[in-house]
Design a protein around this ligand. Structure first.
Ligand SMILES: Cc1cc2nc3c(=O)[nH]c(=O)nc-3n(C[C@H](O)[C@H](O)[C@H](O)COP(=O)(O)OP(=O)(O)OC[C@H]3O[C@@H](n4cnc5c(N)ncnc54)[C@H](O)[C@@H]3O)c2cc1C
Length: 415
């Protein structure tokens, strides 16, 4: 059977119950949950194709190893959906390239080892009981390519990654064929319009009434802002001020590198947060460069080659070779022996690095944004919550991600 297709329309529909601004993974997930809940949805995307800005730059990885019970629950909900994606969406046989390859956090110093142990203890108290604490030797017994410098590690086999394009397209296809979704309430539908730039949100009295675009206006009862790094700018169109700091993040893509073990987990150095995972016949590698300050939302997002040298040069203070010495092979003393290229996107950081989910400003306006680097893994639970808040199935008072929350001081996540 051929894959169900996404319902694209050439023209803007005159009205929709819910207009979603932004057709990245979050806009597509919102459409899926809303169509499942019986809503008639229109997704508006400025670019010529959906899921082409931040979403494809992602590593597509997910982990339950978080430092608070709320985000553990949100990501857990998403992983349960990923595990049964084809059945839960009604897309028989739809493959999202899911792989529970595990997340391995490696400590090179006693300080991060202690922090790691304390975190795992807290995670156990929150019911996350399958994170293993390993000594350096125990870790090397499983992954012999780890450096002798690794003193200890924490590992969860159930963490992993998936194909973000297939996930986004799956949400969009399922939303477009809502009658196939097994637990749909009925009557839901989704239409995707690309090449349409949202330029204004109209408010009538206290309520949103329409969305103004480069191709005309569309009347709406509910408007969901899912514009990724552009979300603060879009929310401002309805007079809503949102604290959000778009910050450039890059990804090193090595399509082929024979020394990368294909069965390696996502491998992270706790000290620097430099990390990589297998992909294609090589891998994807990342590093959160603290020198990259926040700025304006960008499209396109430029790349900067020096950043890659910091990962590849074994003498760098955040070299990938610190944890996995085979990375020296890729450097060749400054004469790289593998092909690589960079992709860049932006994390849309909120002050506490948790998303903004729920009502904001005029009645009918909702935010589904600010995932701060976790939109693939948290976007399913987050979008389901936003739709439940719209339909009244969820209680706004119990929503830990409400946009008007006060920001608790906490140590910020390293990835
Ligand atoms: C290097 C990197 C690695 C990452 N790795 C991971 C990971 O491993 N796991 C994970 O969970 N997350 C990861 N993320 C984060 C994840 O990619 C994002 O959280 C997620 O893609 C956000 O999706 P989105 O739909 O909100 O944004 P986007 O994909 O940016 O989509 C927003 C869309 O809105 C559109 N838009 C904006 N303004 C307008 C307008 N005015 N009118 C119409 N359309 C508009 C844009 O064109 C865009 O297509 C990573 C991010 C980066 C940069």
């Amino acid at each position: 059977m051929s894959d169900p297709t996404v319902h694209f329309a050439d023209a803007l529909p005159p009205r929709a119950q819910m207009v979603v601004i932004g057709g990245g993974v979050i806009g597509c997930a919102t459409a899926f949950f809303a169509a499942r809940a019986g809503l008639e949805v229109a997704v508006l995307e400025r670019r010529a194709a959906i899921s082409t800005l931040t979403t494809p730059v992602s590593t597509g990885a997910f982990r339950l190893q978080f430092d608070n019970p709320e985000e553990i629950a949100t990501v857990r909900e998403g992983v349960e959906l990923f595990d049964a994606f084809a059945e839960r969406t009604g897309l028989g046989g739809w493959d999202i390239g899911l792989r529970h390859g595990g997340y391995l956090f490696c400590s090179l110093t006693e300080a991060t080892l202690q922090r790691s142990r304390a975190l795992v203890e807290r995670q156990r108290a929150w019911g996350l009981t399958d994170v293993e604490l390993l000594t350096g030797d125990e870790a090397r017994a499983r992954w012999p390519w780890l450096s002798p410098a690794v003193r200890g590690a924490r590992y969860r086999a159930g963490d992993g990654w998936l194909d973000v394009k297939r996930l986004s397209a799956g949400y969009a296809a399922a939303a477009s064929n809502a009658e196939r979704i097994p637990d749909a309430v009925g009557g839901g539908s989704a239409t995707f319009v690309t090449g349409v730039d949202v330029m204004g949100i109209e408010v009538d009295g206290d309520r949103v009434s329409a969305v103004r675009t480069s191709r005309g206006s569309i009347a709406a009862e509910v408007v969901v802002v899912a514009a990724g790094p552009f979300s603060a700018r879009v929310a401002a169109m309805a007079g809503v001020e949102v604290a959000m700091a778009p910050t450039r993040r890059q990804k090193l893509v090595v399509p082929e590198m024979p020394s990368v073990p294909a069965d390696a987990p996502m491998t992270i150095e706790e000290e620097t947060a430099a990390h990589w995972r297998p992909a294609m016949r090589g891998c994807l590698a990342l590093f959160t460069d603290a020198r990259m300050g926040a700025g304006e939302p960008m499209d396109p997002v430029p790349i900067e080659h020096d950043w890659a040298f910091g990962l590849l040069d074994p003498t760098s203070d955040h070299a990938l070779a610190r944890v996995a010495p085979f990375w020296r092979d890729a450097w060749g003393g400054g004469a790289p022996t593998v092909h690589w290229f960079l992709q860049a996107g932006q994390y849309e950081y909120t002050p506490d690095r948790r998303p903004y989910l729920g009502a904001a400003g005029p009645d009918g306006l909702y935010l589904n944004a600010g995932y701060s680097g976790h939109g693939i893994m948290a976007g399913a639970g987050g979008s389901r919550l936003v739709v439940d808040l719209v339909t009244g199935r969820a209680d706004a008072a119990e929503n830990p991600y409400r946009p008007d929350r006060s920001f608790a001081e906490r140590e910020l996540d390293i990835l």
